[in-house]
Design a protein around this ligand. Sequence first.
Ligand code: HEM
Length: 226
Amino acid sequence: MRLAQLVPWGTALASLAVSPTAAAPNADTSVYHDAETGFTFTQYFGKYSLNNAGITYRVAVPSGVAANTNFDVVVQVVAPNEVGWAGLAWGGGMTQNPLAAVWGTSSGGIISSRWADGHYLPRTYAGSTYQIFKTGTKHNGTHWQVTAKCSGCTSYTYGSSGSVNRLSPTGSNRLAFAYSATKPSNPSSSTSDFSEHSVIGFWNHDFGSAANPTFTTLVAKNLGTR
Ligand code: HEM
């Protein structure tokens, strides 16, 4: 069996890529350089089972983003094939922030942009949009991986007062994940229904160590057509 069938992409090298000087002091993430797409990400391994199975969440940020502006990010999710859908909450909770529900498909993967006002199936959300990359979206015998650019994930309006929350491009942001073993009911559709998660988790994600000076060039290179 080839190594690539045994380990999710990048996990074997992840610990080597950690730079002790780069991480924000309170972050739960490590630096990971993805040779395939060329992006430098910071990553978090969200465990969902007692045998240490987990979902890897990676974020890449453009360099030089001014504070209090909207900025795009690249997100990469790597999950064992047993994961039916993986959730990412950009504001660190289920309600009143942009959510991503991510799953692998036989032809690649889907990221469904969602929003929840309560603890029930989140509705589709047009405030954030994902463009899935051709490079970096794939599956093998053990894992699926989806890579995409998101516009509108790092800034959002919440609550009845219209307050705006912006993630920090240089510091740590509190994110959350959700795990379900059950596949969406219509996996080929980004508007599919899906059932509730069985595990959730929270962490501090360092965006500052994920700055990419050639962000725009890399996005264009990896986007391709799918
Ligand atoms: C059918 C879809 C979903 C249902 C029915 C659902 C339901 C729920 C329920 C009932 C809770 C409260 C649990 C408790 O208090 O013990 C909860 C919490 C949570 N859910 Fe969901 N959820 C769904 C989708 C999602 C998605 C897509 C995400 C994306 C990340 C998500 C993230 C979270 C998080 C982070 C929490 C804990 C923090 C909070 O309550 O805000 N959920 N969910």
